[in-house]
Design a protein around this ligand. Structure first.
Ligand code: ADP
Ligand code: MG
Length: 238
């Protein structure tokens, strides 16, 4: 089964072409990392996959279903942002439950999923707090928990660690790797950090100026970079 298939996906803002003919397959359970310099289109590609932006052309399918025009909430995906994007007036529990309430899930089901996710992310003691009463690392765990409760087939992470200090970054990175193993879900993870890419990825997608420059396992890119750009980005000998 394929988790995600992108076929000739393009995205323009007015006259500006930001994504140019993207073709990519993500297999079920795969951990795929998008890397590339700032402004190359990583966030835009995630937003097009999630449906927050419509593709200008091309086709998107998730879990074998065409979703090119499906609204974000119905795509079976959940996205985690760098900025956490928590609701400040809601408790941790309410932040995690909100999407499930909107889906009209039964109360017991919501409570069970929030309990399970908060156990996985060590948030049991913080459920009644507001985001402002949490550390940055805890806030990011709530944002991840809010994705986990939805039981998505595909997780999208947009530079989830870039607001955390070095020690927390390492910690949270290991936690995301553990979640990936536990949930056996597919994950797409955007970063500009080579170490995150090399340690997390089953497959790395190198983007440059809105195009895919190379796709491969970390070792393939390291040993056989397609060009100097990839080599420099991966930190491999050119
Ligand atoms: P990255 O995440 O790789 O840093 P982005 O996807 O955020 O890159 O941006 C890629 C390019 O698209 C940039 O040149 C950015 O200015 C442009 N862009 C992104 N969103 C919009 C938008 N809503 N309107 C116009 N241009 C945009
Ligand atoms: Mg970005």
């Amino acid at each position: 089964m394929t988790a995600l298939q992108l076929t000739n996906v393009c995205k323009s803002f007015g006259p500006v072409e930001v994504l140019k003919d993207i073709n990519l397959t993500v297999e079920d359970g795969e951990f795929v990392v998008f890397v590339g310099p700032s402004g190359c289109g990583k966030s835009t590609l995630l937003r097009v996959i999630s449906g927050l932006e419509d593709a200008t052309a091309g086709e998107i399918s998730i879990g074998g279903q065409t979703v090119t025009t499906t609204p974000p909430a119905k795509r079976g995906i959940a996205m985690v942002f760098q900025s956490y994007a928590l609701y400040p007036h809601l408790s941790v529990r309410e932040n995690m439950a909100l999407a499930l309430k909107q889906e009209r899930q039964p109360k017991e089901e919501i409570a069970a999923r929030v309990a399970e996710a908060s156990r996985m992310l060590s948030l049991e003691d913080y459920l009644d707090r507001r985001p402002s009463e949490l550390s940055g690392g805890q806030r990011q765990r709530v944002a991840i928990g809010r994705a986990v409760v939805r039981e998505p087939k595909l997780f999208l992470f947009d530079e989830p660690l870039s607001n955390l200090d070095a020690a927390l970054r390492m910690n949270t990175r290991l936690e995301i790797a553990r979640l990936h193993r536990q949930l056996s879900a597919s994950m797409i993870y955007v970063t500009h950090d080579q170490i995150e890419a090399m340690t997390l990825a089953d497959k790395i997608v190198v983007l440059r100026d809105g195009r895919i420059e190379q796709v491969g396992t970390p070792m393939e890119l390291y040993n056989n970079p397609a060009n100097r750009f990839v080599a420099e980005f991966i930190g491999a000998p050119a």
